[in-house]
Design a protein around this ligand. Structure first.
Ligand code: ASP
Length: 329
């Protein structure tokens, strides 16, 4: 009898909670800590030796800080998250520290093939390019695909012809050369080492709109037109105003197999996980140690930066005054 009464009370509480529309865990968490805007960036994950010299470390941190400050100030000024994602990635593409645009890794044959994607969380529109060899800012071309065509994904020569039609800047392939990446390429040819890296941004603006983008040179020594996760929407990039904006970095093949960026969104939407729970689950349970990481911003401004590799170049800022960059744990 006592048990039945207790069960009845429990049922009543459950019913009342449902009737009052109590927030699912993700929402409840964020409402305790609302922010007007938030941004997270990454400059790639992988084996980053902890004993890199002081000057090199400072160089990376300064590059991340500059990019993060550009995004933060644009968001503070009320700019749209989509514009912020594109502008910050353009800056990172021009920075030789990172494997995207200038400073991209070399293919097996000793050239550069660049990939990028961008997604607008307002309506799931997205654009991507892969295998472009002469486009200075692949992220801008990806955005043109999204906004100026009825397609989502353009590749190789066709994407470059489209760049000309759109007036998007093209450069010689050697523009992307750097001595450091050439050395990595020589090491790869001799020792089969696979250097990676990528850049990505996820942002929430003052309007409550999410956007994400990713840009990369891919993997050192890639051949046969190999494409990683970065330009694959759902794998390397995803944004949906109802849940989250995500950009990934790491061994692209694993991120494609497990549809990682979308999986974060799905875990939040269908399972009610918070952003951090969802991100930790995909990085530490779905993927294997060393595969890489992701940065993400939820619809309520929660930020996640999770990785299972030695390190991940990353940064986060929001309207509460948070501003941080980091490389290792
Ligand atoms: N995910 C990229 C690729 O596989 C590389 C990276 O992020 O390090 O092309």
């Amino acid at each position: 009898m006592r048990n039945m009464t207790l069960r009845a009370i429990a049922c009543l509480v459950l019913l009342l909670t449902a009737a009052c529309g109590e927030a699912p865990p993700a929402q409840a968490e964020a409402e305790e800590n609302p922010v007007d805007y938030a941004i997270a960036i990454h400059g790639g994950a992988g084996v980053i030796p902890r004993d890199i010299d002081e000057e090199t470390r400072r160089g990376y941190e300064e590059a991340l800080r500059q990019a993060l400050e550009l995004g933060r100030s644009m968001l503070e000024d009320g700019k749209a998250s989509l514009d912020v994602v594109e502008a910050v990635i353009r800056e990172l593409e021009d920075d030789p520290h990172f494997n995207s645009g200038k400073g991209a890794v070399y293919t097996w044959e000793g050239h550069h093939e660049l990939d990028a994607s961008i997604m607008d969380g307002r309506d799931l529109s997205c654009g991507a390019v892969t295998g472009v060899k002469t486009v200075r800012h692949p992220i801008t071309l990806a955005r043109k695909v999204m906004e100026e065509t009825r397609h989502v994904f353009l590749s190789h020569q066709g994407a470059e012809t489209f760049a000309d039609e759109m007036g998007v800047e093209r450069v010689e392939n050697s523009f992307f050369d750097t001595e450091r990446r050439r050395q990595q390429w020589r090491n790869m040819r001799e020792n089969a080492e696979k250097e990676t890296g990528t850049v990505g941004v996820a942002a929430l603006d003052k309007n409550g709109d999410l956007a994400a983008g990713t840009s990369t040179g891919g993997m050192t020594g890639k051949r046969w037109g190999r494409i990683g996760d970065s330009p694959v929407v759902g794998a390397g990039t995803y944004a949906d105003n109802r849940s989250v904006a995500v950009s990934c970095t790491g061994t692209g093949e694993e991120f494609i197999r497990n549809v990682i960026a979308y999986q974060v969104s799905a875990l939040m939407t269908f399972k009610g996980l918070s952003l951090n729970e969802a991100a930790r689950q995909v990085i530490h349970e779905t993927l294997k140690k060393g595969d890489g990481g992701l940065i993400a911003v939820s619809h309520s401004g929660e930020i996640a930066m999770v990785f299972n590799s030695d390190g991940m170049f990353r940064g986060a800022a929001d309207s509460s005054g948070r501003f941080e960059v980091a490389i290792w744990d």
